[in-house]
Design a protein around this ligand. Structure first.
Ligand code: SF4
Ligand code: SF4
Length: 368
């Protein structure tokens, strides 16, 4: 049987506005079967990096939050800290960004809780016994919550071609260590020219993998466990990530992380993709380039693979906007993702997710 994906377009009337549509689409996806009274419900989204403007509007998130409250659930907005040094790499700055982007209690009616804690190390390890990983490290608030509503902003992504539900689960729910393990097979490195030899990273490292050699600090990769904490602890930003992963391995690793989340939240998760402000790159960028197609709508499903497949298909059915980052594929039916990133095979994540039993690429689109 095909998985159902529900679709609400963005046409509105006085009696059928965005709030009505979001409520209808959640009802059709049986949200009442997923959220029980007193459930702590993680609403997993991306608050947008400082300078980014393409993230999902907080007012849409409020509609989802109010639905959860009506069902007796206790929603909180959440995301995990970033691997790279930026405005969302530790909880205080991350919360400040969320608030400044409008994800505050007054607007959205739910508190912000950073899923992997103060510095990105609050995690739970889950067994997956897959090709790349035997276990995955997931942000603890995702695992300790009773239910998960994944709300993904669907857009382009330079490593995976596109970012949707699978990425929101796999990369977005990973702790810092989990993100590091997906991005790199080797330990970070200290850039000698930028290091002031203060020793802070060496004091912090949980396994004493950072050592002084010829009056310079360096990372002993034999001992490093890849927790990635030195990257954010260094006041100079001198500890760099080795971005060595190829796109195939990277996408498969991301899927294995998504598998850990899905298994943990079996029957207790719903997936939502917003096909609005479809920018060419991730919301982790400190800017948002022009959208590549006009806004399309909102999708929901209980199948994380089907919803991403349907999102790609809807994206590709559009006419691409001229003067956007699209290089090819502007025509209806043209591959917009290859039009952005010709070298990335974006189907890897969908193929591997289906192979891992996360969901199906074959779907029925139900217009709501
Ligand atoms: S990644 Fe973690 S274990 Fe490795 S050197 Fe940095 S702090 Fe130490
Ligand atoms: S914390 Fe940064 S500046 Fe200080 S020793 Fe480590 S790498 Fe060098």
């Amino acid at each position: 049987m095909k998985s159902k994906v529900y679709f609400a377009d963005l046409r509105t009337t006085f009696t059928n506005n965005h709030t009505t549509k979001i409520n209808s689409i959640l009802d059709r996806t049986d949200v009442s079967q997923v959220v029980d009274k007193t459930d702590l419900v993680a609403v997993k989204l991306h608050f947008g990096e400082k300078g980014n403007t393409a993230f999902i509007r907080p007012i849409f998130i409020r509609d989802i939050v109010e639905k959860i409250i009506k069902l007796g659930g206790k929603p909180f907005l959440t995301d995990a800290n970033t691997l790279y040094r930026g405005e969302r790499s530790e909880a205080p700055s991350h919360i400040n960004i969320a608030l400044s982007h409008g994800f505050n209690y007054t607007t959205v009616r739910a508190p912000v809780i950073i899923a992997d804690g103060l510095r990105g190390s609050d995690e739970v390890r889950l067994k997956v016994d897959a090709k790349h990983f035997s276990e995955v490290s997931i942000a603890s608030a995702i695992i300790l919550s009773d239910a998960l509503i994944s709300v993904a902003h669907f857009k382009g992504h330079e490593l995976t071609g596109f970012g949707g539900t699978i990425k929101n689960l796999g990369m977005g729910c990973a702790s810092r260590e989990g993100k590091m393990k997906q991005h790199s097979n080797i330990s970070p490195k200290i850039k000698p020219g930028e290091c002031t030899a203060c020793g802070k990273c060496a004091d912090w490292c949980p396994v004493s993998a950072i050592e002084l050699f010829n009056e310079k600090f360096r990372i002993n990769s034999e001992n490093c466990i890849g927790c990635a904490e030195c990257i954010t602890i260094c006041p100079q930003g001198s500890v760099k990530i080795n971005w060595d992963g190829n796109t195939e391995d990277f996408q498969e690793k991301m899927v294995e992380y998504a598998l850990g989340v899905i298994r943990n939240k079996a029957e207790k998760s719903i997936f939502i993709n917003f096909l609005t402000d479809i920018s060419p790159a991730c919301d982790c960028y400190g800017h948002s380039d022009r959208n590549i197609v006009p806004d399309i709508g909102i999708l929901t499903s209980l199948d994380p693979v089907a919803i991403d497949q349907a999102s790609v298909d809807l994206l590709n059915s559009q006419t691409g906007l001229v003067d956007s980052a699209l290089k090819t594929g502007h025509e209806k039916g043209g591959d917009k993702i290859r039009g952005l990133y010709p070298e990335v095979d974006w189907e890897i994540q969908l193929r591997y997710a289906e192979k891992m039993g996360i969901g199906k690429r074959c779907y029925e689109l139900v217009k709501v």
